[in-house]
Design a protein around this ligand. Sequence first.
Ligand code: SF4
Length: 627
Amino acid sequence: MTMRLLLINPKFPDSFWSFKWAVSEVLPNKRTTNPPLGLATLAALCPSDWEVEIIDENVEPVPLEPNADLIGICGMGVQFPRQSELLTYYRSRGHKVVAGGSYASLCPENYEGIADFVIAGEAEHIWKQFCTDYQMGIPQTLYKETGTVELVDSPTPRFDLLKLDRYSSVTLQFSRGCPYRCEFCDIIVMFGRKPRVKPLEQVGQELDALRKQGVVRVFFVDDNLIGNRPACKKLLQFLKEYQDKHNYRFSFGTEASLNMAADTELLKLFRDAGFGWVFIGIESPDPASLKETLKTQNMNQDILGSIAKIYSFGIEVLAGFIIGFDNDTIETFEAQYTFITASGIQAAMVGLLHALPKTPLYERLEKAGRLRPFEHDQDNSKLGTNVLPLQMDYDAMVDGYRTLYQRLTTDENIALRMRNKIRQMGPPVFTGGFTQREGLAILARLFFKGIVPGGISRIALFLGTFPLRRPELLALWVSDWITGLSMQGYVKQHFAAANADQGVIERRVAAVRRALAGYLEAGKVTLSFRQPDLALSMKALVDGRFFQRAAPGLERLLKHTRARLTLRIDAMPAQQQEHLSLMLSRLARYGDRVSIIVDEKVRSLIRIDSSVFNLVLAGPEERSTRT
Ligand code: SF4
């Protein structure tokens, strides 16, 4: 009998990286940034007679009653709460479940009791072994890679199983491992410090597969593409020749270390191969902080000068910054603000220092008793961290972080950074990768959905940054505004003070209560409110009018405040699905703040898109231990 395997990528929590506003409002038909490359690789490693399906919960709902013999669920640290919820749910329904991904690789012990099998480490050999053992009925509970995987053993991912048109770019991997030793980094814990690379023919085959699918924007997800510099140079030459030979323009981007700026030949190769942007871990402009965290490759150079040099080759820079090193003080926030503004980097991902499990930083701080509990301890874009700083009060540091981002995401600062960048930018490699028609549609959506709502002053700043004398920078101008406004939206939503909109929430909740008064009095629904959470429970059957009355008030509550809504459905006749769907379509824009709990007995009657809303699958006990 054919084995049916379902592979699931759980939904990521909303973060800066989601670029939620950009993908939902401005980019055409996109749902998120990148597809789950690991699952597509895993699918290619399965026996040829297995039927494999991939569901990415970031772009489509997970099935509640899957038709599968085995379910594999991957996850990074930030996905662990949802990954464990899905594993528990499917397991409780009698499915065999297998956990994998980077978090399972680092912390396989955390899956005890929630997964039948765990794949820990690079999957190329151990996944194949697991498949063989599973078919023979002798699977082990843990498969741990202890040796070195050569990337020649990594097959072309099954891109055909991904809904590629829903992503703003598609991912590819050339190498694993990085030669450096940044103290906070878990990459080198997983992949080691000796970069291993794929043969170029193999990269060519993967590009062929993407070309056939009409993919244009490709993100090389290597943690440091220049980790093995001679091999990287050969790759870049190969990519240039590939593009010329096929008369095809892939628009590439990647991650690399800052010392790429010192190698002019390398920069030329990047430009000629079609790399329009690079993400760089800059972390700090302060050499003492860099030294402390062993980021030595960023030292002994003028960092602003290095960024300017990369710009001069027409390559856009995105960057990561960290605050909270032992050397950092409250003044560090001002220094980072000044640096980021001068650098012109629009996609500036600033995070508080987080200690990820199994890293040298984690071990050092654990020994020193400087770790604190933190709900989002895998996500450094949240307001808080699991690290107790040395030279700052913790609360003052969190406040400093909030203020820094509020300053960086004002309209004025978005415009100022753009001007600072445009001045230094050479003829850009990045052209957006969209057709002229798509590009105009994106510009129109940006203008009407992003610029106009900001009023006259934003329109003036937008037009003031228009590169009139350099029309080749048009795509960069549009993409910088999209990036800036996306980040501004995230900050407004997540970084405001806890009680900032308390009064407005209370008024909006009172309006919802008035609209539903009849149903509340009849005991058909209950409403409870504890700032900023509103819980609406449907206890008994309601009519279609209920949804019509509830929708406008709930929509206004979510639109004008940062309130969260939990909708609990204990009873609902099947014929009300349409009314429920209409109400949910009005709330979909705020779906990441809407949790929906559907009672077991009506679950088969109700369709909820878990890629839009937080569809709660864990029972109350599991939920309370996780929050
Ligand atoms: S350069 Fe990047 S990938 Fe390499 S060790 Fe440092 S943080 Fe990790």
